[in-house]
Write a protein that binds this ligand. Structure first.
Ligand SMILES: C[S@@+](CC[C@H](N)C(=O)[O-])C[C@H]1O[C@@H](n2cnc3c(N)ncnc32)[C@H](O)[C@@H]1O
Length: 243
């Protein structure tokens, strides 16, 4: 059976999704708090930047993939208005439940679908915009998922991939130190789970860098791709146009 990586470990391809599910089942209830703590709140700025670049307008059809607790979907829902639609999706039911409850508490009700990004249950050319924030890294077959995202976009529609990436040279050592020495401890103290946060640090190192992801997007349906580095490349926003 083909092998893939789960963090720094090699696992059977068929097993990776189960391992990833275990991570997000474990962290779902503390996910939002941990995001704020681990990123010093910066994930809010990265998402706000993504929402600004998305420039969603009233009437648009938007799909948020691996949407988890719904940060992007909430902002998009406010922008599409009554004539548009935002669909919040994730492979993990526990994450989506937290997201759906948070949205409901704020008076936002969205169609919410449990699905695998590698097999999207939507027709061709359904959406004007597709987003995936900090989700692609966890997928087993990233090319398959990117091709699915291209399939459900209309020609000219855009895919926004917000993801950890490769930081600039001077940042790498301190960032590695923080990732491997601090993050798992914070995971244990706050979420009672060091292993999931070790996986987070490892999965970031195994994820394609900016240029590699750009090439993957170009090979899977996106004729034009722009890359926006954030926080010195710790995070990058890739914007692909389907054409
Ligand atoms: C780090 S969370 C990101 C959540 C949210 N987008 C955010 O930015 O806060 C990663 C999410 O990817 C989801 N995920 C992992 N593999 C997936 C797949 N194959 N299809 C859809 N979602 C997936 C996980 O269940 C998890 O909710």
């Amino acid at each position: 059976m083909a092998q893939t990586h789960f963090g720094f470990r090699n696992v059977d391809e068929a097993e990776k999704a189960r391992h990833v599910r275990g991570v997000f089942d474990s962290v779902a209830s503390r996910y939002d708090l941990m995001n704020d703590v681990l990123s010093f709140g910066l994930h809010r700025l990265w998402k706000a930047y993504t929402v600004a670049v998305a420039a969603v307008r009233p009437g648009m059809q938007v799909l948020d993939i691996a949407g988890g607790t719904g940060d992007l979907a909430r902002e998009f829902a406010a922008a599409v208005g009554d004539s548009g639609r935002v669909v919040l999706t994730d492979i993990n039911e526990a994450m989506l439940r937290v997201g759906r409850d948070r949205l409901m508490d704020r008076g936002v009700a969205l169609p919410t679908v449990v699905c695998d990004a590698e097999q999207l249950p939507f027709g061709d050319a359904t959406f004007d915009l597709v987003s995936v924030a900090f989700g692609l890294r966890n997928m087993t077959h990233k090319e398959t998922a990117l091709a699915e995202m291209a399939r459900v976009l209309r020609p000219g529609g855009r895919l926004l991939v917000l993801e950890f990436s490769r930081p600039a040279g001077p940042l790498r050592k301190p960032y590695d130190w923080y990732s491997f020495n601090v993050m798992p401890h914070l995971g244990r103290w706050i979420a009672g789970d060091a292993e999931s946060y070790r996986y987070l640090a490892e999965s970031i190192r195994m994820h394609p860098d900016q240029a590699t992801l750009k090439a993957m997007m170009k090979a899977n349906g996106f004729g034009h791709v722009d890359v926006h580095n954030l926080a010195g490349g710790i995070v990058a926003l890739h914007v692909g146009v389907k054409c």
